[in-house]
Design a protein around this ligand. Sequence first.
Ligand code: IMP
Ligand code: MG
Length: 175
Amino acid sequence: MDKSKLRVLIPAEQIHARIQELGRQITADYPEERPIYLLCILKGAVLFHADLARAIDRSVRMDFIGISSYGKGKTSSGEVKLTKDLDTSIESADVLIVEDIVDSGVTLTYLMHVLDQRRPRSIRIAALLDKPERRLRPVQVAYVGFQIPDEFVVGYGLDYAEEYRNLRDVCVLEE
Ligand code: IMP
Ligand code: MG
């Protein structure tokens, strides 16, 4: 791991504070009677999913879905495929997709299409990071942690060629 290429963009304390806010907002938005199905998009969203779940004061269910749209590089292959499906049915459920970052929007457009066919009661997206400048497909993101400029970031779950996921801060990976 080459730490000399990293520049801290969002420090861990700020990530933590923002997730507590999102958790309060989500708690207020959803009814008490039904669980929220927190669907983690593997692998980038695992840390956000784990922290967000603990910030929500509602009954939750956790499930995981694997999707790949990126090769080993920094740009999308444009091809999306399901690499691991959910273990549970989401029919009539309040689904909250938990994603690390919305970039082109291709991944989430595909996933929303797939999950919609399973007839959930509601479906929303929570994304820790959003790069609005890069959007190719419109996606409605109900809960956004931070909007960031068009720079490649790693840490707090996000990787470059599977490296850097365990950094506590979100960092820009410089050339
Ligand atoms: P999209 O389909 O272009 O919106 O891509 C979303 C996926 O690309 C995310 O779930 C990430 O896995 C990956 N991605 C996009 N931007 C970055 C970045 O800056 N760092 C690391 N992964 C990224
Ligand atoms: Mg991802």
